[in-house]
Structure formats: C-alpha cells, structure tokens
Design a protein around this ligand. Sequence first.
Ligand SMILES: Nc1ncnc2c1ncn2[C@@H]1O[C@H](COP(=O)(O)OP(=O)(O)OP(=O)(O)O)[C@@H](O)[C@H]1O
Length: 291
Amino acid sequence: MNIALLANPTAGKGRKAGLLPEVVARLRAGGHTVDVVTAGSRDAMVDLGRQAVADGRAVVAMGGDGTVHLGLQAVAGTGAPFGIVPAGTGNDFAVRLGLPGDTLAAAEAIAAHTRTTSIDLAKVSGGGTTAWFGAVMAAGFDAFVNERANRMRWPRGPQRYNLAIVAELLALRSRRYQMRIDEVESEFDSVLVAIGNTESYGGGFRIVPGADPTDGLLDVVVAEPLSRRTLMRLRPKVFKGTHVEDPRVSTFRARRIELAAEGVTAYADGERICPLPVTIECVPGALNLIG
Ligand SMILES: Nc1ncnc2c1ncn2[C@@H]1O[C@H](COP(=O)(O)OP(=O)(O)OP(=O)(O)O)[C@@H](O)[C@H]1O
C-alpha cells in the first residue's frame, strides 16, 4: 500500500508521539510506502486526508478517537483502506472494533494485513454541515460536559473533564427533545441522549451497549429526567453497560434518527458537530477497515 499516515502528536497527552518513527518503520517493514502527514489544524488534516484518498492512497490515523474522526471524514464512503494506530487516551473506536490496543502491535498488524473489513459508519447532518462518526454521538449531559471542557482553559488533561462533570452536575436539568426514529415520532424530557455505531466513549464508558458496527443500524439510549444522585449512581454501571437495565433508561435501534432540542450541541467521537436539530443515518459498509 501507499500509506498516508495522519499523525496527531498531541494525542494521548503526547505520550506516544515518540513512537512515530517506529510506527513508520514497522509499516515500511511490510513493504509499504509511508508518508507522515501532520497539519496545524483539524480542517487541514481532513483536507490532507482527502488529498491522499484522491491520490489513491490508504489512510492510517495515528492518535485517539478525535484523530480517527478526522481520518473518517476523508475516507468514508470512498472505499479507501483505513487503518488505526491507537495513540490516544481512550481509543474507544479501535478497541470496540477488536483492533490491537498497543500502538506498535497495531502498526505491525496493518503492515501485515491480508484483508479489509466493511464497517458501518454514521452520518450526521445539521446546521448546513455533514460529518461522519464511527463511535458515539452525545446529545445530552455528556455533550454538555464536552462543550464545557472545551471552553475551559485550565486545568489540562482529565482533570478538566472531572471539573466539567461537577459543574454540569450542578447545572443539571432535563431538556425537551423531539425525536423521529425511522417512522416513529416522540417527544420527551431527558438528561441524556446518545447514539452509537459502536458501544463506548471516554475510555470504556459503554454508554450504548450492544451497538454493532456491522448490523446496518444505530443504537439509541435515552435517559428520563434524573436527579444528580441517580445520574451519579448510574455512572459506574456504564462501564459494564448495565445502566440500560434501569427502568428509567430506554434503548432503540434504527437506521435513521432525527433529533431536535433547544440549546443542545451534538458531539460525536468527542468532537463538536453542531447544535441540534440533526439527522443521523447509518451508512452500511461506509468504512473499508484494514484489519
Ligand atoms: N492536526 C491537528 N490539528 C489540530 N487538532 C488536531 C489535529 N489532529 C487531531 N486533532 C485534535 O486533537 C484532539 C485530541 O486528539 P485525539 O482525540 O486523537 O487524542 P486523545 O484525546 O488523546 O484520544 P481519545 O479521544 O481517544 O481519548 C482531537 O480533538 C483531535 O480532533
């Protein structure tokens, strides 16, 4: 393969950045041509990824879910082979796809690859933009946490998220949502709405347990209005995915979802998408995954 390696040296707090030369060496050892692509902005990264696809190259993203998300914008629906070298903090998408979690092992697996697999992706449209995502779109409490953490300048790293969680818990209130799942319309109050192509985000939070990226469907999790205390009690259950057994949590499966609410911004793969309303569709086989 002729590989464009989209590398985000800041992923995973930069701890894996030093492995970049070794990742390149292992990919080359498989007989592939490798160009490292770095960019000063997300948009530039996507543009370079698209250019690589136009040039007929395979794209490999080295970073976490955010970097993978950028790579997906370039390769989705094109048939271009896409590989993931996990180097982020969470790497939820790669882990859920059963890819090697270790950075160098993943590079070796890509180098030695003998096949690609078709994986579904989700396509979200709203506010005049369209984006692809691989893992989970948040449109409730978790999206507010993400939005707040993005606005904060201090502290850096996971502490920022912990502080954002506390602040959003203090500000917790339900919102009124309008949702159309395939042909069924509903209106409800909720504190949390998440839509998954795969199960988890945030380093193993299985918020949408059972989401299968090969079934042609997206999974939806909706929580009723909950008190802070109940939300905090449910939180540890999310690691096992058992929060959906709670009667206040509902799950659905659908090919297409329309979701609207006032004052809610959607986040997907941890990246800001746009304020609701949005339409989310499952696009079967949109990703040609190496591995
Ligand atoms: N070239 C770039 N310029 C600016 N930002 C980038 C670039 N490449 C990636 N990013 C952004 O950097 C952020 C962090 O990257 P990423 O999500 O890959 O790492 P992480 O947060 O450590 O991992 P994870 O999301 O798996 O926990 C993301 O928001 C991603 O979109």
